[in-house]
Design a protein around this ligand. Structure first.
Ligand code: ADP
Length: 292
């Protein structure tokens, strides 16, 4: 059982031939909306891979909020603890033009997720095998979730994205941090320091992703381990990190090495298809891929 504490967004994607200038109105070529938010994405990734998943989050009392809850429920995610805030459901307004993008994120209801919401969902923590969070919700709420996880003796995974410096209290409460290279330096305030040294300084506490290279971690005796990525034809890397995190939480019971190996396989599969949630593999697809 995986409990995800995190953001729920609707991504609104517009394609245009050129970006509008200030004050200009122009016709776009295409519009589409996609379910997103790192929390919802990681919940869906874990659910597709067979985990029982509970989502703790906050949406607005609007159509996007209803749609996001319905999408999560259809993926088999328990949405009982997704509360309804006063603000609008979080959105990302994404404009794509000639390979570039311009993005505005409005967190909205995500920023209303509170410590009280965490306390209300205590039963979910009690039933959890792993609690997984990211940083698109209030920092105080993440810290509270980490405390409640600790109080119940449950492993707490933190995907420190978007990157901010992590205070010692949160680091101490976190079982495993899952940054990419850039997030690692920011989270631990170690710019310019070789990441290998940081991993070895916190053995078994960090799984660092490195795109198609796969992931690295250090064993308790300080040995650096490289779990290589799987070579695939990448068409859209959006959501690779979210797929990795959802998979890692789903397969944590298999031990670090095997969980990371499967997370790499799931991440690789996710980049072979467009979209964040659109690319996330099912357990059957993962099994087929690994046996090839
Ligand atoms: P983020 O998107 O958060 O920066 P990464 O780019 O490091 O995360 O990707 C997360 C994981 O997804 C990697 O550790 C790897 O397992 C997988 N992955 C990402 N890009 C590729 C790729 N081009 N080929 C194969 N696997 C990939």
């Amino acid at each position: 059982r995986v409990v995800v504490v995190g953001s729920i967004n609707m991504d609104l994607v517009t394609e245009t031939d050129q970006f509008p200038r200030l004050g200009e109105t122009l016709f776009g070529k295409r519009f589409a909306q996609y379910p997103g938010g790192k929390g919802a994405n990681q919940a869906v990734a874990a659910a597709r891979l067979g985990a029982e998943v509970t989502m703790i989050g906050c949406v607005g009392a609007d159509a996007f909020g209803q749609q996001m809850k319905a999408i999560l429920a259809r993926e088999g995610v328990d949405t009982r603890w997704v509360s309804t805030g006063r603000e609008a459901t979080g959105i990302a307004a994404i404009t794509l033009s000639a390979g570039d993008n311009a993005i505005v994120v409005v967190p909205g209801a995500n920023h209303e997720l509170s410590a009280a919401d965490i306390d209300r969902a205590e039963q979910a923590f009690r039933d959890a095998d792993v609690v997984l969070a990211q940083l698109e919700i209030p920092f105080a709420t993440v810290c509270h979730a980490a405390r409640v996880a600790r109080a119940h003796g449950k492993p707490f995974f933190l995907n420190p994205a978007p990157a901010v410096a992590l205070p010692d209290e949160l680091l101490d409460l976190t079982t495993l941090i899952t940054p990419n290279e850039h997030e690692l330096a920011t989270a631990l305030q170690t710019p310019g320091v070789d990441w290998r040294a940081i991993l070895q300084r916190m053995p078994g506490r960090i799984a660092m992703t490195l795109g198609k290279e796969g992931a690295y971690y250090a064993t308790p005796d300080g040995q650096l381990v490289h779990q290589p990525g799987f070579a695939v034809n990448a068409v859209d890397t959006t959501g690779a990190g979210d797929t990795f995190n959802g998979a890692l939480a789903s397969f944590w019971h298999l031990g670090m090495a095997e969980a990371i190996r499967r997370a790499n396989a799931a991440g690789a599969l996710s980049v072979t298809r467009p979209g964040a949630q659109g690319g996330m593999p099912t357990l059957a697809e993962l099994e087929r891929f690994k046996s090839n």
